[in-house]
Write a protein that binds this ligand. Structure first.
Ligand code: 13P
Length: 284
């Protein structure tokens, strides 16, 4: 069962310049389907849980699902807590065994974010876990105004934050957002290159759903070793359920519905794994 530190998965991808899909899962079905997709393609993968999912399913049940579902898996996998401003949830997930956390203190001043992030890194290290940091919050796509790339901290402040906190991966705002883009976003890819050159650590690309193949390959080549996908899973899961019911009116057979949803989620995960160049990269 090669569950391993997120950093171990990312450092390899960063060195070889491929992207690891970091996919938000929402329940047991989607967790199993994403793991199955990675196993089939012999790809390392990161599974992410939002704070909402942790609270909805419950930490212990979610953890039990992870332990049991990863037992037969032979490719490198890690469990990551996505955007979490709540230190209590961070502590609980780290103590339970999550491999990494994104401490999202983007609503705090950079100074206070930095102070607390140093504490989170120290706490994570005690559990052999890793930390992603951010200083600029991400909008939802429907809130975008087109000038997102200009509302960022200076390179100097970002580099100082990364070096001063000792985080393992950094999530910069480069014009990306969470949700479904109306048109492909305009991204500041040079910022990724500048950050990577100045710090030598991998970058996490947020808001992956809806970026073009060219954007992914360019950003991965510049050092985005972790590529976050959430909305695409929600769409695959829900749309396939909707389509199945529309195509089978009057049929109330949950396992058949689940089979259709699993297939759709697996397809979505395989599509992104291939796009990011991580197919066949499992070394375990
Ligand atoms: P999307 O929902 O746009 O794929 O973004 C995912 C993400 O960045 C999760 O943190």
């Amino acid at each position: 069962m090669p569950v391993m530190p997120t950093k171990q998965i990312l450092d390899r991808a960063f060195a070889e310049r491929y992207g690891v899909a970091a996919i938000n899962v929402v329940n047991e079905l989607t967790m199993e389907a994403v793991l199955a997709a990675a196993e089939e393609l012999r790809a390392p993968v990161i599974l992410q849980t939002s704070v909402k999912t942790v609270k909805q399913i419950g930490l212990d049940v979610l953890w039990a699902m992870w332990v049991e579902l990863t037992r037969p898996i032979s490719v490198p996998v890690a469990l990551h807590l996505d955007h979490c401003p709540d230190r209590a949830v961070i502590s609980a997930c780290l103590a339970r065994g999550w491999n990494s956390v994104l401490f999202d203190a983007s609503k705090l001043s950079v100074e206070e974010n930095r102070r607390q992030c140093i504490e989170v890194v120290a706490e994570a290290r005690r559990f052999g876990a890793d930390v992603e940091g951010e200083i600029e919050g991400f909008k939802r796509t429907e809130e975008m105004t087109g000038d997102e790339a200009s509302h960022v901290q200076s390179l100097e402040i970002a580099v100082d934050f990364i070096k001063g906190t000792g985080i393992d991966v950094f999530a910069p705002a480069i014009g990306n957002a969470h949700g479904t883009y109306k048109t492909a976003p305009t991204l500041d890819s040079q910022r990724v290159t500048d950050l990577v050159e100045a710090t030598g650590i991998p970058v996490a690309l947020h808001g992956g759903t809806g970026m073009t193949a060219e954007q992914f390959s360019d950003l991965i080549a510049r050092g985005c070793a972790k590529v976050n996908i959430s909305t695409a899973l929600k769409i695959a899961f829900m749309q396939s359920g909707h389509d199945y019911m529309a195509e089978h009116p009057g049929e109330y057979d949950p396992p058949k519905l689940f089979t259709a949803q699993r297939a759709a989620v697996m397809e979505m995960a395989k599509y992104h794994i291939r796009l990011f160049g991580s197919e066949g990269k499992a070394w375990t």
